[in-house]
Design a protein around this ligand. Sequence first.
Ligand code: ATP
Ligand code: MG
Length: 259
Amino acid sequence: MALLTVDNLTLTLNGLIKLDNISFSLHPGERVALLGASGSGKSLTARALLGLPLAGSTISGNIHFSGQNRLTQQPRIAAIFQDTSAALHPLIGVGKQLVLVLRANGATSTRAAWEAGLALLASVGFSQPEHIAHRYSGELSGGQRQRVCIALALASQSALLIADEPTTALDVITQAQVLQALKTYAHAPERALLFITHDIAVAAALCQRALILSDGKIVEQGTIDALLRHPQHPYTVALMTAARQQRHQVSQNALALAG
Ligand SMILES: Nc1ncnc2c1ncn2[C@@H]1O[C@H](COP(=O)(O)OP(=O)(O)OP(=O)(O)O)[C@@H](O)[C@H]1O
Ligand SMILES: [Mg+2]
C-alpha cells in the first residue's frame, strides 16, 4: 500500500495556476526525487503536502497519507525546509531541541536522548557534535543550520520525510555524508523519502525514481536510470543533456588543471 498518494493536486496562487493536476504515489522503501528548474513549483508542492499553503492560494485534489503516529493519530511527516533561517528555535540550544524531539519519540531518558542526538549530529557530518549541541541557532553557519535541521528531521523517525534542497549550502564532502545519512534513514522498509532538488547528480546518488516537474506539471516520471538513458519529454531531454555537458566540462577542467 502506498504511503502517500497525491491525486490531481492543483494549486492556484492569486488566481494563477502554479501546480497543475499533479498525481503521484510514494511507497514504503522508496526514495523519490522531485526534479525541476527554479520556479517550477517544487517547494509549493512540498508546502501543499505538508498542509502549509501560502496565503492567497487555493488547493484542489486529494492527498492521502497512510502512516499515522500511534500516539496522536496525526500523519507522521517530517520536513526539511529550503529556508532554514526560521526553522530552529532561537532560544533553545541545538542539543536540547534534539532531546525534546527524541524524548517525544520514545527515548527512555534525557541522557539517552542526548547521546542519540550527538550520534545524529555526527551522522550529518559534525566531527565534534557536543560543541554544536551546546550552541544556539544564531551561532551557526547556514550549512551547519541546514545539517541541524536534517538531524532534527531524522530524530522524528517519521515514516515520510520531505526534504527541500537540503544540501544546497554544503560542500561536496559534507553533502556526501548528509546524503548517506538520508539514505540510511530511508532504508528502513516502512519509510519513504521525497527529495526535492534541481541537481540530477545528487538525485541519482540518492534516489531510485524521479518525478520531473516543469511549470507546475509533472511532465515525466520513471527510474533515474531510464530517465538518463531515454528521456522522453523535451524538458527532461534538456535537463539530462545539461547534466551530461556539466559532467563533461568538470572532467575537462580537471584534466586541464592536472595538465
Ligand atoms: N511566497 C510566494 N509569493 C508569491 N509567489 C510565490 C511564492 N513562493 C513561490 N511563488 C511562485 O510559485 C512558483 C513556484 O515556486 P516554488 O517556490 O515552488 O519554486 P521551486 O521549484 O521550489 O524553485 P527553487 O528551485 O528556486 O526553490 C513560482 O512561480 C513563484 O514565483
Ligand atoms: Mg524551492
